[in-house]
Design a protein around this ligand. Structure first.
Ligand SMILES: [Zn+2]
Ligand SMILES: [Zn+2]
Length: 399
């Protein structure tokens, strides 16, 4: 994918750039309002997961090694020059880089999130934390192009209802939160994730423990002989093998969203509604550039697969208990994807802290942080104390 061939799916009526519309679940023209269903959209816009590509992980990592072995990057002035261009061409095929369109990138000085605006929009504050200190981020076109995107399913109208309900059940939440949640600080963002696939074949050995019971005689406190049942374990060597395919182990690449919240809003389905990436899906929305790079993410994904493999092997060990499990695993067909998933985000500052309310843009699951309004608590307590005083006065007067 390069900028010349990507993102050229203009409106059939007026030629404007199409954008994904969550409420209509279709591409829409922001200029004339024409709706273009996905199946009728120009070739290259996804109509299913058939076109979603998995990339070879080891090949990509060795390409990154080759890049790392090159001389360090040139100072910014020359970076666009011929040498810089040759460097990046040698290291990375251009068709797998960048986001398409005419993206503008900014980095927040406070939370460090990097926002990409495929439509070239200009932001005046960070959409992740609300900080006004943002600076242009030189993209160098080096980000690995997302292979696929999970388009928004929950529209902004729907998510406002969900947030309103949530706010209604928060005691002592400051009114500022309500204002932030229900006005234009609600942002739709695409977060970067890495997904990893691998085939594992493993051999394991272990000692399987089988319980058996023996009758033991003993003398009680009165000196009489008694018997009781005692459990013993017979250890038997065991071994076996395992074949397993890991499909879409997800590793988040975001720094802008608080990880506890991300963990609470549930999974993003990656097997059904993923579409091959084109800039139409993200134009008009904000994309976060990944900051967990492929190598770090691959290590995290690999660790999780190893834990899972060990667990699956231990499940195979027969008997009632086990010890000394040894697993020898080889992983093959390792592939990865860079995908974008949708979230709705409200961020606001209260006191010195920044708070986020996050909703899954596909399922609507919501998780939020909230401060307690000192004023609301103060007046509630004051009201209770005054009420109590009044009751005492009335009781006292009646005596
Ligand atoms: Zn149009
Ligand atoms: Zn920020």
């Amino acid at each position: 994918m390069n900028n010349a061939t990507v993102g050229k799916h203009p409106c059939p009526e007026c030629g404007g750039d199409l954008q994904w519309n969550a409420a209509k679940q279709a591409l829409a023209c922001p200029y004339c309002g024409t709706i273009v269903p996905l199946s009728e959209a120009a070739e290259g816009v996804g109509d299913g997961s058939a076109g979603v590509v998995e990339l070879d992980l080891l090949e990509a990592l060795s390409r990154m090694d080759a890049q790392a072995a090159m001389p360090p990057p040139l100072p910014p002035l020359q970076q666009g020059g011929v040498v810089g261009m040759l460097q990046s061409m040698a290291a990375t095929p251009a068709e797998q880089r960048g986001y398409g369109g005419q993206p503008r990138e900014v980095q927040c000085q406070s939370c460090h999130a990097i926002s990409v605006f495929v439509d070239g929009r200009v932001a005046d504050r960070c959409e992740f934390c609300g900080s006004p200190s943002i600076i242009a981020h030189e993209s160098l076109g080096d980000a690995i192009t997302p292979q696929s995107v999970l388009p928004f399913k929950i529209s902004d109208g729907q998510v406002r209802d969900i947030i309103r309900q949530w706010y209604g059940t928060r005691w002592f939440a400051p009114s500022k939160l309500k204002r932030a949640a229900l006005t234009d600080t609600l942002k739709g963002m695409y977060l970067p994730y890495w997904t990893f696939d691998a085939q594992v074949s493993a051999r394991w050995t272990a000692e399987a423990g089988h319980y058996y019971y023996v009758t033991v005689s003993y003398r009680d406190s009165k000196g009489n002989t008694q018997t009781r049942q005692e459990r013993r374990t017979r250890w038997v060597p065991a071994s076996g093998s395992l074949q397993h395919f890991f499909d879409d182990e997800l590793v988040p690449g975001t720094v802008g969203v608080h990880p506890e919240l991300l963990a609470k809003i549930g999974r993003f389905p990656t097997s059904t509604d993923l579409k091959p990436y084109t800039p139409e899906f993200v134009r008009g929305w904000t994309v976060e550039r990944y900051q967990v790079d492929l190598r770090q993410a691959a290590e995290q994904g690999q660790e999780r697969m190893q834990e899972q493999t060990r667990y699956l092997c231990s499940e195979q060990v027969p008997g009632d208990t086990q010890r000394n499990l040894q697993v020898q695993a080889t992983y093959s067909k390792r592939t990865f994807k860079h995908i974008l998933v949708p979230v709705w985000l409200v961020s606001y500052t209260y006191g010195a802290r920044s708070y986020q309310v996050l909703a899954n843009g596909y399922t609507g699951a919501l998780a939020g942080e909230r401060p307690y309004s000192a004023w609301k608590i103060f007046f509630t307590v004051l009201g209770a104390v005054l009420g109590l005083l009044l009751v005492l006065l009335v009781l006292g007067g009646g005596r």
